[in-house]
Ligand binder design. Structure first.
Ligand code: AMP
Ligand code: MG
Length: 333
């Protein structure tokens, strides 16, 4: 992890105080932050990212005092989850405190809040002394940035300060859990798995029901590079059954060995699924920069961290969009 200097943190906090935006590293992905209680600055986040106004932001806090400014109350379930996972990549949906600007929550009565597990993010929050609202620091719909260079590519000329903390440890966004009821409801799979929540907090995780709030960001095409993404199962790669790999403009992101012709761009992410998750967004962006027009991406088993990986991949891939805005992957995997 690259260390961020105290003077750059101070300058970033100063800019936030003056109503500016700052890109900062977290353990999940890079965030584009504004003072959560500055509605004009928060609205600027939406403009800079070209983010739909109905997609609320996650508020980041460093301590109990900052948390108390954001939420109306902390129910026992939420306290248990915080004790188990904060600081860390678990975002909780709670009732918002009255003063949280509607721009942050897209007009909802709930707010998404988390305590990041990254020294630069925590230091920025403490130096500012206030909560920071921050979505991922990419243009809306693009793969989340896992390095400062990714954020710069998407937001060049639109933000004055990017704090560089090196590559993100998880490389995948936080899990989002509705923590208002008796059981945690998983609204978006992420870097913390449902099994880990069940084990460490000792409460089984529920799937969203009809009354659960939607994580609006989880409905859309998202995480997509500019090339066409096609999902392929490992068995097809191993058997050399992916025709098209040798064509000009083809690319491959994979874990398994494959048979057949070499694509113009290939990135192998070896090891556990967590390593695949860590390198995935970077690989999508590198394939795009290398000029790939069709990118084959290997699927992983849809469980554990793989569930979050597959969630992102399905939405990065070719899609059929149904009229209710829900998306369906067209992958081969
Ligand atoms: P990002 O930080 O870019 O991953 O975006 C934040 C995610 O949190 C989006 O998917 C939002 O839809 C989700 N989110 C933020 N606030 C809420 C909320 N009050 N209820 C449900 N989901 C939320
Ligand atoms: Mg995002």
């Amino acid at each position: 992890m690259r260390k961020t200097s105290a003077s750059s943190i101070r300058a970033a906090a100063e800019l936030l105080r003056a109503g500016g935006l700052v890109v900062f590293p977290t353990e999940t992905v890079y965030g584009l932050g504004a003072r959560a209680f500055d509605p004009a600055a928060v609205r600027r986040i939406f403009r800079v990212k070209e983010r739909p106004a109905d997609n609320p932001l996650i508020v980041h806090v460093a301590d109990e005092k900052q948390l108390a400014r954001v939420v109306r109350r902390v129910p026992p379930l939420a306290r248990r989850l915080m004790n188990a996972f904060w600081p860390g990549p678990l975002t909780l949906i709670l009732e918002k405190a009255p003063d949280v600007p509607p721009a942050v929550t897209a007009g909802q009565r709930t707010v998404a809040v988390r305590m990041p597990d990254h020294p630069a993010a925590l230091s920025l929050l403490r130096t500012l002394g206030e909560p920071i609202a921050a979505p991922s620091a990419n243009r809306s719909g693009r793969p989340s940035p896992t390095t400062a260079a990714h954020a710069l590519k998407d937001l060049r000329g639109r933000v004055a300060v990017i704090l560089d903390g090196g590559p993100c440890r998880n490389g995948l966004e936080s899990a989002i859990v509705d923590a208002r009821g008796r059981r945690p409801v998983l609204l978006r799979p992420g870097a913390i798995t449902a099994a880990a929540i069940t084990n460490r907090a000792g409460i089984p995780v529920a799937a969203p029901g009809r009354d659960s709030p939607a994580a609006p960001g989880a409905r859309r095409r998202h995480y997509a590079p500019s090339c066409r993404v096609i999902l392929v199962a490992p068995a097809l790669l191993r058997r050399g059954r992916v025709t098209g790999l040798g064509l000009p403009g083809s690319g491959l992101v994979h874990r398994s060995p494959w048979k057949g012709r070499r694509p113009a761009f290939a990135r192998r992410l070896r090891g556990a699924v967590a390593a695949y998750a860590r390198g995935l967004f970077s690989a999508l962006r590198d394939a795009e920069s290398a000029g790939a027009s069709t990118l084959f991406v290997e699927t992983v088993p849809d469980r554990g961290v793989g569930r979050a990986v597959m969630d992102r991949l399905r939405r990065a891939a070719l899609l059929l969009e149904s009229p209710d805005g829900r998306t369906r992957g067209l992958g081969l995997g």
